[in-house]
Unconditional design. Structure first.
Length: 343
């Protein structure tokens, strides 16, 4: 398997496994300290910091609890990642008022764990770094200030991200939406996948609750990967990939209408990092959603820009932020700088 394809597969696995443990942990209503060996176990997210929001549409949609600080350090990570959740349950340094000042240009950031900033401090995620870059930009000679509000969530796909924007994002009246796609989310349908994985774990463990300790949740990594793979295969056999993508398109259609008056850009890794199926999917989406921009502009992350599990390091998030900033400047997506007296 070519190195780039292998790296992409690892990224997909790490993303879905992070989300899997996120939901699985909440599903069983237990907490732990996120101290888990890399080879046999993966990091969990405590239900102390999350809450389920069941509805007619979703059974497994979650949000972060507001005004909390979460610490995360699996044994393989050399630093402790600290996430600060603001009053609206966002992994963000600041609270943002719903009433936007006339001199504020507001950006909503959507995406999965690559946008959330899994395993890096809140201030080191690309939305936070982009906000700093924009406000320090020497080209900005106006009185405009920039806000980048991070709605990223670990393990989220298209349906959940659209729901998150509806529930939280649109009330902020953004001037621009940036949706960063890590590589797998355009074809992921976790609402259908979770119950299959839960069933797989329960059947193989006989009683999943018996495997739970109040101090640690011990689940074999390879077993979870096997459950995920079998779950994906089952979904493809039951629905076909085309049918799943058609279902996902229904949510994008909804998002398209929601953002009718808001410029929206999807940012992806460059085309050399995408496999043929993903390239075809992006091409299809470009043709279907003419008003959206799909930009394959982020170059493949280097070794020092990636954590051992495949998520971007602080340097990786900096590269993503710089790439997006360069695109925003070159595409004239930001408000023009003005001087006093100019009309």
């Amino acid at each position: 398997m070519p190195k780039k394809r292998l790296a992409l597969v690892l990224l997909v696995f790490s993303e879905i496994i992070a989300g899997l443990f996120f939901l699985f942990f909440v599903h069983l209503h237990f907490t732990n300290k996120n101290e888990i060996e890399q080879e046999k176990k993966v990091a969990l997210v405590s239900s102390e910091f999350t809450q389920l929001h069941n509805s007619d549409r979703f059974q497994y949609y979650t949000e972060l609890r507001p005004n909390l600080s979460e610490k995360n350090q699996p044994s393989w990570l050399c630093h402790e990642a600290v996430y600060t959740y603001n009053s609206d349950g966002l992994n963000d340094r600041y609270d943002y008022s719903l009433e936007k000042d006339k001199n504020v240009f507001r950006i909503i950031a959507l995406g999965d764990s690559f946008t959330f900033g899994h395993y890096v401090n809140t201030e080191d995620s690309w939305p936070e770094q982009l906000e700093d870059i924009l406000n320090q930009d020497e080209l900005n000679h106006s009185e405009i200030s920039f806000e980048v509000i991070n709605l990223g969530m670990r393990g989220f796909d298209i349906p959940y991200s659209v729901e998150r924007y509806k529930r939280i994002g649109q009330k902020y009246s953004p001037d621009l939406i940036i949706w960063f796609e890590s590589g797998s989310g355009f074809q992921r349908y976790v609402e259908l996948l979770w119950p299959i994985i839960f069933s797989c774990v329960d059947n193989n463990e006989k009683n999943a609750a018996d495997a739970i300790s109040l101090e640690k949740l011990k689940i074999d990594y390879q077993h979870l990967v096997k459950c995920w793979i079998s779950g994906e295969e089952f979904l493809i056999q039951k629905y076909s990939q085309k049918t799943i993508e058609t279902k996902l398109d229904e949510f994008l259609d909804e998002f398209y209408l929601l953002t009718e008056n808001t410029p929206t850009t999807f940012i992806l890794f460059d085309s050399s990092s995408l496999n043929q199926v993903q390239k075809e999917r992006v091409s299809y989406l470009k043709n279907r959603y003419k008003r959206f921009s799909f930009e394959t502009i982020v170059q493949e992350l280097k070794t020092e820009e990636v954590l051992p599990d495949g998520h971007p390091s602080r340097e990786g998030h900096e590269k993503i932020a710089q790439s997006i900033h360069h695109y925003l400047i070159s595409s004239s997506s930001l408000p023009s700088s003005t001087c006093e007296g100019d009309q």
